[in-house]
Design a protein around this ligand. Sequence first.
Ligand code: ZN
Length: 471
Amino acid sequence: MTQDAEKDIIIGLECHVQLDTESKLFCGCPTTADEPNSACCEVCLGFPGSRPVLNKKALDYALKVSMALNCEINKEFFFSRKTYFYPDMSKNFQITQYEIPVGKNGYLTLSSGKKIKIERVHIEEDPAALVHESGMVMSKQTLVDYNRSGVPLVEIVTAPDMQSPQEARDFLDQLTTVLQYLGVFDEKDGTLKIDSNLSIKGNERVEVKNVTGKKGVEKALAFEAVRQKGVILKGETISRETRAFNEQTFTTRALRSKETEADYGYIFEPDLPAFELGEKYLNSIKQGLPELHDAKAKRFVQQYSLDEYTAGVLSRNSSLGGIFEEAVKSVDVGLAAKFLTRELLGILNYNNLSFEATEIKVEELVGLMQMLEKGDVSEKNAKQALIKYILEGVSPSKFIEEQGLKKDLDETGLQKAIETVLDENRPAVADFKKGEEKSLHFLVGKVMQATKGKADARDIQKKLKEKIEAE
Ligand SMILES: [Zn+2]
């Protein structure tokens, strides 16, 4: 698809983010449980006479999200009942915010610098989970697990400001970074469910419901863009509808013609009071906001003279930025930046691991960087130790010690190893003399092996060449 073709694509997102609280939004039930239907009570099931009470932590978190997304805060608000009948909601209504959301009119900046308008941030409870037997949608039985009923969510609704599936993906990447910095969302265990809508300028809007995860949204939108353009090319009309995404085939299929929000019949929630937030409370939330990633990246450029790209990579994850700042107290800035962005992130990406999934200790990483800086270990062996640490939790200093990888090789030792390798591999030496560069690499490898990677490859190559040329 060319850039021109994407100018007429219009995308908006509604992101449902599970807030990382211990208890549910309106009762004391825990948000995690092993046994199905073991974490529910009369409030989250909606028994007659039960009274919801708002979880203060969920409100704190929703305000943090709103402020971090540059929203205006509605100091006075109330909750509403969104009425619908479906087995995932035993009360036949969901408590949400409709008329007055907690935050409105904010924005989030993409990596390109483009600002995406945030129309609203509101608090709502999650419905139950429907479990289709054997995982098939068309199976005979469907089970309901009410443990999810009442889990706190914030819904973040954007204006239709995005113009390609890639931009939507970037928005979600930036959003999860903000949420991770705020510490309100657990990307490992929490859910991120997204309803996206896409239209081709001048045509009806199509909604793709309930896609889990960032990659899924990008794929669903990419499919929709091509599908809708195909419909238009055939001279047919795009109908306003809701579609479901198939995670196996990366395609969407029609579910139903789109209902409007007004169809749900919202009414004021009479069991909860109207809320009025005090200045003092709002200020305390505001003052508790951490430095966010774009501010941190700018500071890294100024304070440590890093280039913008490296500063951006280091600040994308709050833990990584923290490790960097701890490291540069005792290690050279350039070495720390290179080690963390290339080696550490390289290993994590290669093994498809998130930062949060590992138990990395700052002291261990700083210790390894110090050894590298002092020349106590070669780059190759430092990387080996890092891999062992990330994947198996083996302390790098212990690994280097036990494997005898400490760089205790002196000049005589290296020269001796080179001589032995040259003696034992005469055919390769002869090939190199005939002009075969490959043979030199082979010999370098042999010396590396003999010296357990303690010497620098470039140094070995230089010395090998000198030795052979002197023969
Ligand atoms: Zn409950």
